[in-house]
Design a protein around this ligand. Structure first.
Ligand code: IVH
Length: 676
């Protein structure tokens, strides 16, 4: 690449801003201005320059971003009742299994029928409408299910949503889907094209973009519709069954689906699914499946929910939409924890109304399973909101060399390895890998590690952007930028001096915190202590880790297993990491390791805490055990010497009894600690 360093830095700055703007347009405003392919070209140009000038990678580089951060200007509102999602099914067997599960859960007699409602699953965005004494007082989007966005003024502009309702409970939240009809969507895009406005990718994006507007007059000009499918908080029940409750919602003036039917068996459920699928193309709006709900509300109550979906409901999705195209390239993205993710770049192709140019290829094994190589024809599929993926390689029999997954990180050229039994390949560059830099630096200065006051994420990002921070050692050289820093907005003499003093105060760190701060995989603070208790210094630990019998020696350390041993070997094996550590050790001098443990009758013993502890946190209990020279372990085994059990202790207590291990309660433990 013939581009000067200064031009490269300049171009990277512009690309970061431009790509961020397109991300916002796409994710926050549902209004992409460029095609996926053009967007991709920008991202690739950015990556190409970064490969040639790795030291110029910006803190805000698009190669490091994980999608766009939500930056909605709408106010947040907590839902009175969480807005749940639904479990998905893709086959008749899964529907049968759902009904069987309901029967088992309720212990129903074989002859007892389970009635369900079946209705279309609308492809829109869910909205909760709160009415108090008949008046609409709040409309909120689903958000993360617990907290949504206040779209009350916007919802008031939707004709399907009544402002006032009569005959309803004093408090009622009606939930349903805001959507845009297919014809209205096409007409809107046509108008937008004529006026040079934004073009929406599909009706769902158009509905979301139209509802989530700060200025409700924009929403008012968009043809949004609403269809009720349930409810949230209620001051009194709507009825005994889902069907009758839905009929009441219709009576209050809410649109409900005219395809809602009662079904009494798996066969009837699947027949209604087939009927709705048949009607799909002629429906005025997009649907992506059929939703079944247990009709009896007392049963719904008993069934409750698992995680974020009710046990009484199921979304039976239509098969995913598929298309064929060519795999043009396989790019590797490096995540913040160093994970290498392959991304397939495709000749853009329409799949179910959306242009797809990228697919996730998941990991190395997935590429091998599909036998994928650049140039292959592939069948891809897109199901609902799921990221498109390759389902089949159509030219795998063509004789061409297999794709070889990189064994070095494309960001920093460090070795990339997969741990035994793991499919993910990770960059071992840790401290020097730009993709991991900010996260690593954040970890290094965090409370549990070096605990450098005043050096938070914002400051780290600021300094990294200024190119002052690459590796942890640079933190201790920030004093060389004192005068530059004083010239920057938000920095005064006092704040600069405080920060530099806080950094200086950590020049002789406690060694376990220092080791933990290096961010070696699987090395938490307890493991760091175990290692130092055995090896005394980090220098000695490093010698062992690069020695001949590293794996054996390391995994023989009390509390360290083969997984940690391998992570240590990988880390210290990498010259970049050794150099970064040397650099760091030229700035700081860790104190000698002092086991805080006292010599007590518990020295060397293993203690397990189980059940809920009432006077202390689990971390504190662990620390107490360590002070007595004991180890706190997570599970009970023959090696356990003592179990401290609080209320609610379960299987660990049982196991301790089986193994004849001494069990005491929290008060007895407190006494041991006090007397030691
Ligand atoms: S019932 C507790 N019924 O699908 C479950 N949801 O995948 C509440 N959806 O978040 C939802 N049509 O936004 C239900 N007829 C329908 C639906 C429907 C579309 C959406 C809804 C929900 C998502 C779950």
């Amino acid at each position: 690449m013939s581009i000067s360093e200064a031009d490269a830095a300049n171009r990277l700055m512009r690309l970061a801003k431009e790509i961020a703007r397109h991300n916002r347009l796409y994710h926050d405003r549902d209004a992409p201005e460029i095609t996926d392919a053009d967007y991709d070209a920008l991202v690739r140009e950015n990556a190409a320059i970064e490969t040639v000038f790795p030291h110029l990678v910006r803190a805000d580089s698009p190669s490091r971003a994980v999608g766009a951060a939500p930056s909605s200007p709408l106010a947040k509102v907590a839902h009175a009742r969480p807005m749940l999602s639904l479990e998905n099914a893709f086959s008749g067997e899964e529907v049968a299994e759902f009904i069987a599960r309901v029967r088992r859960f309720l212990s129903l007699a074989p002859q007892e029928p389970v009635a369900l409602t079946a209705e279309p699953k609308i492809d829109g965005l869910s909205c909760s409408l709160r009415y108090e004494d008949g008046a609409l007082v709040l409309a909120a989007t689903r958000g993360d299910g617990a907290i949504g966005e206040d779209v009350t003024p916007n919802a008031r502009t939707i004709a399907d949503i009544p402002q006032r309702i009569a005959g309803a409970p004093a408090l009622i939240e009606v939930r349903g889907e805001v959507y845009m009809a297919k014809a209205d969507f096409a007409a809107l895009n046509q108008r937008q094209a004529e006026s040079g406005g934004k073009i929406f990718a599909n009706p769902r994006n158009a509905a979301a973009g139209s509802l989530r507007q700060k200025d409700a007059s924009i929403t008012a000009a968009r043809p949004l519709r609403f269809l009720a499918h349930g409810w949230g908080e209620l001051s009194e029940p709507l009825g005994h069954t889902q069907g009758s409750a839905m009929a009441r919602l219709a009576g209050f003036g809410f649109p409900v689906s005219n395809l809602l039917r009662m079904v009494g068996s798996v066969e009837e459920a699947l027949a209604q699914y087939a009927a709705i699928e048949q009607a799909r193309a002629d429906l005025p709006f997009d649907i992506d499946g059929v939703v079944y709900k247990v009709d009896r509300l007392d049963w719904q109550e008993r069934l409750g929910q698992v995680a974020r979906a009710p046990r009484w409901g199921l979304a039976h999705k239509f098969p995913a939409e598929r298309a064929e195209t060519t795999l043009e390239a396989i790019d590797i993205q490096v995540g913040r924890t160093g994970k290498l993710t392959p991304v397939g770049r495709l000749t853009p192709v329409g799949v179910g109304g959306v242009m797809v140019a990228n697919v996730t290829l998941h990991n190395r094994d997935e590429i091998a399973r599909l036998g994928l190589r650049v140039g292959d024809r592939v069948r891809i599929q897109r199901a609902g909101d799921v990221i498109p993926q390759v389902v089949e390689n159509l030219t795998r029999d063509e004789p061409r060399a297999a794709y070889s997954f990189p064994d070095h990180c494309p960001e920093c050229a460090s070795e990339a390895v997969a741990e035994e039994g793991e499919v993910d390949v990770r960059c071992t560059g840790g401290l020097i890998c730009p993709a991991q830099r900010i996260e690593r630096l954040k970890h290094f200065v965090s409370r549990a590690a070096m605990d450098i006051e005043g050096l938070g994420e914002k400051t780290i990002v600021e300094f990294a952007e200024l190119d002052w921070l690459h590796a942890p050692a640079d933190i201790f050289r920030l004093n060389t930028h004192r005068s530059d820093l004083l010239g920057r907005e938000g920095w005064k003499e006092k704040s600069v001096d405080n920060l530099l003093a806080a950094i200086d105060a950590k020049r002789e760190p406690e060694p376990a915190r220092f080791l933990f701060g290096l961010g070696i995989r699987h090395v938490g603070i307890v493991t760091a202590k175990d290692l130092l208790r055995c090896f005394g210094t980090i220098e000695r630990l490093r010698e062992v880790a690069i020695g001949d019998n590293a794996q054996g020696e390391l995994s023989s350390v009390e509390g360290v297993g083969p997984v940690v041993a391998e992570a240590l070997v990988d880390f210290f094996h990498e010259p970049h990491n050794r150099a970064a550590l040397d650099d760091l050790l030229s700035e700081v001098r860790p104190q000698p390791f002092q086991s805080q443990a006292q010599q007590t009758e518990w020295s060397g013993k293993t203690i397990v805490f189980t059940g809920s502890l009432e006077t202390m946190s689990r971390d504190e209990a662990k620390a107490q055990a360590e002070r007595l020279g004991a180890r706190a372990a997570g599970s009970v085994s023959a090696k356990t010497d003592l179990v401290v059990a609080g209320p609610g202790a379960g299987s660990k207590l049982k196991k301790a009894a089986e193994l004849g291990i001494r069990v005491i309660n929290e008060a007895e433990w407190a006494q041991i600690v006090a007397e030691a």
